[in-house]
Design a protein around this ligand. Sequence first.
Ligand code: NAP
Ligand code: ZN
Length: 352
Amino acid sequence: MPNAKAYSAASSTSPLASTVIARRDPKPEDVEIEILYCGVCHSDLHAVRNEWESVMATVYPCVPGHEIVGRVKSIGSAVTKFKAGDLAAVGCLVDSDGTCPACKDGLEQFCAGATFTYNAPDKHLGGVTYGGYSESIVVTEHFALRVPENLDLAGAAPLLCAGITTYSPMRHWSVTKGKKVGVVGLGGLGHMGVKFAHALGAHTVVFTTSPSKKDDALRLGADEVVISRDANDMAKHMGSFDFILDAVAAPHDINAYINMLRRDGNLTMVGAPAEPLEVNVFGLIFARRSFSGSLIGGIAETQEMLDFCGANNITADVEVIPIQKINEAYERMLKSDVKYRFSIDMASLKAE
Ligand code: NAP
Ligand code: ZN
C-alpha cells in the first residue's frame, strides 16, 4: 500500500501537523493522482474543530481537503477517461452507490451511500477517508474530473468545492440575464458566487460585513455592494431580489435577507453555520417566498462547471500558501481575512 505525506488534526483542539497516511493500491477502475494544489474550505475548519458534531462528528485523525487538483500518476487497467500525466481534479465526493435515484439523476451528493472525500467511512481501507492536504489520492475515475488546460491550477482547485457549490444552485434556480441576484458573504464561496452570477448575466449585489471588500466586490463582477451592517443601505433593496445565495459560515440574521426577496423569490443557504438559524415564517408566507439549501453538486454538473470556467477563464482569486502555514490560515479565515481562498501548494509537503 503506498504511503503519502499529509497534514492531519489529532483532535478538535489540536493544530494540523505533519503525518503519513496510507492510500490504497489502485484498483482497475482507479486513478492515482499526485496532488499539486488543494484549496482551503471553511468546511475543513468546521470539520477539524468538530463544529458539526451534531450532524457529522469528526473522526480523528482528520486529514481535510476537498478542493484537489493534480496530475495522474497511474491508472488502473479499466480506466478510459485519463492517462498518466493528465490533469485531474477531485472535489467533495469520492464514491456513491451508483444505483439509487439520486445517482441515476447525476446527483451523487444526495446518495445515501455517498462517500465524502474526508471523514467518511473508507470502504477500501477501513477507518475514514483522508482528504487533499496530502501528496496523493486514489479515487475511482467516475469521481475524477478533467481540468481545462488554460486554467491556473492554484486558482482552479477551489472550483471543486467553492465553485460547484455556488454554480449548482444558481443553475437550479435559473440565474440568468435580467434577474437580480444577491450574494451574502464575500469569502471563498461568496466570491465564486459573484463571478458566476456576473458570468450568467444577472444584476449582482454583494452583501458584506467588511467595508474593505467593497472595491474587490466590484472588480469581481458585482454591480452593487451593500454593507450589511448599514440599515439604510439594506432598506433600499427590500422586496427586490429574484434569488439570494447565502454563503456565510457563522450565525447571522437570515430574516433580513428573506425580506429582500420579491414575491416567489428564493433564498438558498450554502453557508453552514453549526447553530440553527431562526426564521420568521411571516417573511415567507406573505410573499410566497422560499428558503432552501444546496449541497455541492453532482459529478456531471461539476464537469460542466469546470468546462464553463475553462470557456470563460474563471478561477478563484487565491493566496497560495505552503502547508506549514495552514494553522495561521485557519485563524485568518475566522477573521474573514482571506482574498478570497487559500490554496495550498502541495510541493511544500516535500519539506516534511
Ligand atoms: P469563508 O471563506 O470563511 O467565507 C465566509 C464569509 O462569511 C466571510 O468571508 C464573511 O464575508 C462572512 N461572514 C463571516 N462571519 C460572519 C458573520 N458573523 N456575520 C456575517 N457574515 C459573516 O468560508 P467559505 O469557505 O466560503 O464557506 C462558507 C460556508 O459555506 C461555511 O459554513 C462552509 O462550511 C459552507 N460550505 C457549504 C457547502 C455546501 O455544499 N453547502 C460547501 C462548501 C462550504 P464578509 O467579510 O463579506 O462579510
Ligand atoms: Zn468545501
